[in-house]
Design a binder for this molecule. Structure first.
Ligand code: CMC
Length: 447
């Protein structure tokens, strides 16, 4: 037998990564050298960009469990250690010391703003909060019982019909205007989706209020009386938006990147991300989690029964707000949210039975071998709904609030992708497993 030949596979210049030797793959008697790249925190990846061209083979990875779609300098997370950092800053520091607008700036522009930069960013956002009057009319066309995520996704997509002057993905000025418009208008679009469901007039934004205060005002104020925003609510909401702001290549962010990779405009790309977020395995889990806690409460509060049910594969039931593709440790976001939840309920002297059930459920699940072996911990969605309930936010709006937070991350990734020298349209391959070529049968001969 002849010695296997070795074929080197050239690595493209993955932005920000370094070469770290080669791995060797043996295929059809040949050895192929696959470059290994390493990121700044030591994550290693086999660079298979030239694999098909060199060997004719592709890789298969359902759900992209082992697949890095890109290098990225935005968010670092270590699921084993429970670490989450935006642009190098720990989430705990950002939640304690910054507000959402500052964090959005950090994610999008890559650095913490100076005070002048932050002032002008805030000013720009406050100048774009209104939506076009014709767009307000859209809301009369949606059914009263429409899910707000459906409304928000549609209206965000429709921004590209009103702002045709800022759709050129290659013009940095147009992109920046679209970014500011989106960040400023999403709270308005979101609050109106709620107002529609309760049949109340759509409140104009108030540009003298902060980002979260203004959102709460548009949600809860009515024209016939004064509304005072509770500063504790605004503070808790701000923290929630920060912890939801980015989470690297999750389903919705990957969707935004994928849609954006075809050079679709920012509004269209973000609207697609909103659709991806809606699913109960992703952002929709916060709604599903509170509905599950309510169901457990209505069923007598026996948490053990539901933990046992979640362990039965054929039950079709999972503990919502538990488990994560990446975290195999306590989700750092869930820790921050639980602490805020404790503080807020104590301050408001609210005793929410749902919070008690959540805590009992967590205790029972974390002591159960099934959850221990699979490293299933509460995730970001487990306690967030309890805070939203305390603020009077209806359950159908929970995922919309997730979208409001995640918007900054989606934008940051969309921009990073467009700036990448290695950008390509996303177009995965497949292994075809259907019928081989066959003859077309006239309808009279088919059985
Ligand atoms: N309840 C019961 N069993 C679970 C759960 C759960 N919540 N999550 C995972 N498992 C089991 C699963 O059945 C599997 O068991 P086995 O190895 O015996 O087949 C094992 O744990 C691994 O699960 P998986 O489905 O292969 O893991 P995944 O990485 O594909 O899914 C997940 C991650 C988040 C979709 C999943 O944990 C889940 O469905 N959780 C509930 C929904 C939820 O809370 N989603 C919000 C995620 S955090 C917010 C966000 O980023 O969107």
């Amino acid at each position: 037998m002849s010695a296997p030949t070795s074929k080197p596979v050239a690595a493209p210049p993955w932005p920000g990564s370094k070469a770290d030797g080669v791995a060797r793959l043996e295929l059809n008697g040949e050895t192929v050298e696959i470059p290994v790249v390493i990121g700044t925190e030591g994550e290693r990846a086999l660079d298979i960009a030239k694999l098909r061209a060199t060997t004719g083979a592709i890789t298969l990875d359902e759900g992209y469990v082992n697949t890095g779609s890109t290098t990225s300098a935005i968010t670092y997370l270590d699921g084993e250690k429970g670490i989450l950092r935006y642009r190098g800053y720990p989430i705990e520091d950002l939640a304690a010391k910054a507000d959402y607008v500052e964090v959005a700036y950090l994610l999008i522009y890559g650095k913490l703003p100076t005070s002048d930069e932050l002032d002008s960013f805030r000013m720009s956002l406050s100048l774009h909060t209104m939506i076009h009057e014709d767009m307000r009319n859209f809301y009369s066309g949606f059914p009263r019982d429409a899910h707000p995520m459906a409304i928000v996704g549609s209206v965000v997509g429709a921004l590209s019909t009103f702002y045709q002057d800022s759709l050129d993905v290659r013009d940095p000025r147009q992109v920046e205007v679209s970014v500011h418009r989106l960040l400023a208008k999403l709270p308005t679009i979101a609050a109106y989706s709620y107002k529609k469901s309760v049949g109340q007039p759509l409140m104009y934004p108030r540009n003298d209020l902060g980002y979260c205060e203004n959102f709460l005002h548009m949600m809860f104020a009515v024209p016939c009386e004064e509304y005072h925003v509770d500063p504790d609510f605004a503070e808790a909401l701000d923290m929630l938006l920060i912890v939801h702001a980015d989470h690297e290549q999750n389903c919705s962010t990957s969707t935004v990147r994928m849609v954006g990779s075809s050079d679709a405009n920012l509004f269209a790309s973000i609207s697609a991300g909103i659709s991806a977020l809606w699913g109960p395995l992703h952002g929709g889990a916060n709604q599903a989690c509170v509905e599950m806690l309510e169901r457990i409460g209505a069923d007598g509060g026996n948490v053990k029964k539901y933990v046992d049910l979640a362990k039965k594969k054929d039950s079709g039931f999972r503990l919502m707000g538990f488990g994560h593709r990446v975290y195999k440790n306590y989700d750092p976001r869930a820790k921050l949210i639980k602490a805020t939840c404790d503080k807020l309920l104590a301050k408001l002297s609210i005793r929410d039975p749902i919070f008690d059930i959540a805590q009992q459920l967590e205790e029972v699940a974390l002591a159960d071998d099934y959850f221990i072996e699979r490293k299933l911990y509460p995730n970001v969605d487990f306690y967030s709904g309890v805070i939203y309930r305390a603020m009077g936010i209806p359950v159908q709006m929970f995922t919309v609030l997730f979208a409001m937070g995640r918007l900054a991350g989606w934008i940051a990734h969309w921009i990073e992708m467009h700036h990448s020298p290695t950008k390509k349209i996303c177009r995965p391959r497949q292994v075809y497993t259907g019928e081989m070529r066959r003859e077309f049968l006239p309808i009279t001969k088919r059985t």
